[in-house]
Design a protein around this ligand. Structure first.
Ligand code: NOJ
Ligand code: NOJ
Ligand code: CA
Length: 706
């Protein structure tokens, strides 16, 4: 009853919102308001072919199609019309999700893979400037964007700039030989590659970061991204989809491409049309990788938060660790990621077993969803989780969705908490504090200004009497925001924030919240966190005031594009490149918190391959590069780029690295050696110098100066 009323209220609120937006706003009609701040959104991940078949006329025929989807390696008919239908019939809007991540929309190979696989998943591109006809045509895509935007839902597309499709160097008849086309014109194939757009270095054994970048991932034809044709083609392609109105990008296999090229890709995207972008860097259970943190902090892209995902699976699915471990992950990741609220969290996806394995495990799924939706990061729900779809590894974790039941507990929990994420900014912007913990029970508080959300979880099979719980909640009584969907309880908080003792039931989750806007300025989110002069950046939070104040980047005052109490758009100024803090001042000069580490680029970026020959090192020492621009660390050895590579493209004693640097600029640089404890040895002689190209990529090769 209560839930239905909430849904009704929500849809009335939404209609009013749409009415006001479309009646009085001058903004482009089918634009969602903010494409860079996803911290209050919830993403729904769709394998397009498996979600819903809304148009059977576009289904494939022949050996790549399985009409009853009994062969999960084949196309099953799902398409963009199916997604439109499920927005129109209220299934997705009722779930409350505010963004969709769909399969890569581009044309994929048609051939059947020798092992009987097909490209239904969208990861085997053939032509990035065409659509996958089995998902729909451009007209269908436009309608998907329009329908989503009209319902305040953002659309994120998958993007695979790492590779084209399966190929074998020695066998041109293997699948489609990796052939890649630019709007119908063949650019090359794996065994006929006159433009040198592919790497021909064999498959990676995953033995090192370098090996996995410059060799093929499985049998996928790996792009040579240090190639002007490929660089231009991929950047133009993503712009085509940006022009189509997409709101976000999920980049496949970012661990398998040079960070420098991806940094240049992001600067191109942010100068063109800033949209939230996150990469896939797979981490196994318990795996922590400093390169992963470096990438998230420096590339301009966020990452799928595998640390979060694996940890919640360990605690709630496998039972191999407990809440102490989970909280340790929450604490350490808040330090390791500069912008932890921009990392994209999940409990399962198309590359891991589904969270629900059997009916008896539905409660694990419910609890995990509640934790996911009340934790930091951008939560993503894999399609079908709300229906307790089961399935172990690929392709069983990609079964078609046949049930669209809006009464499941998981659907109701999601619906409640997605709306709480929108109404209470503590979930999107807040810090996390542990308030009560043992191996079964975790009570954590998220707080942003005066806004507070407290979540209490008991994964155990006995009830716990909770005493001495302290919170930041103001005095009063609080109802469970989940309306006892997970056996939660109400609490009474006294004036000092302490909570009267209560019983937390077995397998229960309670959520209590307090919403009150701040009257002083408080920044919750800035995005993108990198850009060049002339780009726009969004600042979100509260208490900025209705009247326009000022914003400072470092010590410079920037130009304001638009100003409201909760959102400011600024134009990046032409000041000293490098990292700066952002601070908001209200009209009457109240200052906000400062949001740290915004990176102002020197200018438009291109990728440069720096190579140094004859750089001999002793065991444990590596070669780095440092130079006179902020992209090369401004001569500070602590900010030098590296360790450089020396195994695949060039071999020791040569070292190389692909780096995003300013275009059309005369750059000075030197190489240094650093040993395991950080001792630095500079090469002698005068600085090397190079003038970078205006577009494309270039290589500079020098000798280490003795
Ligand atoms: C990671 C994707 O998530 C996976 O499903 C895909 O097969 C590989 N990258 C290759 O594109
Ligand atoms: C950090 C630098 O500041 C940035 O400009 C550079 O491109 C990346 N690191 C890539 O390594
Ligand atoms: Ca279809």
């Amino acid at each position: 009853m209560v839930n239905k009323r909430r849904l009704l209220m929500k849809s009335i609120a939404l209609s009013l919102f749409l009415f006001f937006t479309f009646s009085f706003s001058t903004a482009a009609q089918s634009d969602v308001s903010n494409k860079v701040d996803y911290s209050r959104d919830v993403i729904y991940q769709i394998v397009t072919d498996r979600f819903y078949d809304g148009d059977s006329t576009n289904n494939p025929s022949g050996n790549i199609y399985s009409s009853d989807c009994s062969n999960l390696h084949k196309y099953c008919g799902g398409d963009w019309q199916g997604i439109i239908d499920k927005i129109d019939d209220g299934y997705l809007t009722g779930l409350g999700i505010t963004a969709l991540w769909i399969s890569q929309p581009v044309e994929n190979v048609y051939a059947l893979h020798p092992s009987g696989y097909t490209s239904y998943h969208g990861y085997w591109a053939r032509d990035y400037k065409k659509t996958n006809p089995y998902y729909g045509d451009f007209n269908d895509f436009d309608r998907l964007i329009e329908t989503a935007h009209a319902n305040n839902i953002k659309v994120i597309v998958d993007f695979t700039p790492n590779h084209s499709s399966p190929a074998l160097e020695t066998d041109p008849s293997y699948a489609e030989n990796g052939a890649i086309y630019d709007n119908g014109t063949l650019l090359g194939s794996y065994s006929n590659d006159p433009l040198n757009i592919f790497h021909h270095n064999g498959g990676t054994d995953f033995s090192s970061y370098e090996d996995s970048i410059y060799r093929n991932l499985y049998d996928l034809a790996d792009y040579n991204l240090h190639n002007d044709t490929m660089d231009q083609y991929l950047k133009d392609s993503i712009k085509l989809w940006l022009d189509k109105g997409i709101d976000g990008i999920r980049v496949d296999a970012v661990k398998h491409m040079p960070e420098g090229w991806q940094t240049s890709l992001m600067s191109e995207i942010y100068a063109y049309e800033p949209v939230f972008t996150f990469g896939e860097w797979f981490l196994g259970s318990g795996e922590i990788d400093p390169q992963n943190h470096h990438f998230a902090n420096e590339s301009g892209m966020s990452l799928l938060d595998f640390q979060f995902g694996q940890s919640i699976r360990d605690v709630l699915k496998d039972g191999s660790s407990d809440w102490y471990d989970f909280h340790e992950m929450i604490d350490s990741s808040a330090v390791d990621y500069n912008e932890v609220i921009d990392q994209v969290t999940f409990i399962d996806n198309h590359d891991m077993s589904r969270f629900s394995e059997e009916a008896s495990s539905n409660r694990h799924t419910d609890i995990a969803l509640a934790v996911l939706l009340t934790s930091r990061g951008v939560p993503t729900i894999y399609y079908g989780t709300e229906q307790y779809l089961t399935g172990d590894s690929d392709p069983d974790n990609r079964k078609p969705l046949t049930n669209f039941d809006t009464s499941t507990n998981a659907y109701q929990i999601t619906s409640q908490l997605t709306s709480l994420r929108q109404s209470n900014p503590a979930l999107g912007y807040g810090d996390t504090n542990e308030r009560w913990i043992n191996s079964d029970v975790y009570i954590y508080e998220r707080k942003f200004g005066n806004n507070v959300v407290v979540t209490a979880v008991n994964r155990g099979h006995e009830s716990y009497n909770i005493t001495n719980l302290n919170t930041s909640l103001p005095e009063g009584g609080y109802n469970d925001e989940l309306n006892t969907l997970l056996d939660g309880n109400n609490i009474t908080v006294s004036s000092n924030g302490s909570v009267d003792s209560f019983n937390l039931s077995p397998r229960a989750v309670s959520v209590w919240q307090y919403t009150e806007s701040s009257t002083t300025p408080l920044i919750g989110h800035v995005g993108p966190m990198v850009g060049k002069a002339g780009n726009t950046v969004m600042i979100n939070g509260e208490g900025f005031g209705a009247e326009e104040g000022t914003v400072q980047l470092g010590s410079s005052t920037v130009e304001i594009q638009s100003w409201s109490n909760t959102e400011i758009e600024i134009l990046l100024p032409n000041i000293n490149p490098g990292k700066h803090d952002i601070t908001v001042y209200t009209a009457n000069n109240n200052s906000s918190n400062s949001y740290n580490n915004f990176e102002l680029l020197t200018g438009k970026q291109i990728t440069m391959r720096f190579v140094v020959n004859n750089a001999f090192t002793t065991l444990g020492s590596n070669v780095y590069i440092v130079g006179n621009v902020s992209e090369l660390g401004n001569w500070n050895p602590d900010e030098a780029i590296g360790p450089m590579f020396n195994q695949v493209i060039y071999e020791y004693p040569s070292w190389y690295y692909d780096i995003s640097v300013p275009a059309n600029e005369s750059i000075e640089f030197k190489f240094i050696k650093k040993d395991a404890v950080g001792n630095v040895e500079w090469e002698s002689g005068i600085n090397h110098s190079v003038t970078t190209p205006q577009d494309g990529t270039d290589t500079v090769i020098v000798d280490w100066q003795q």
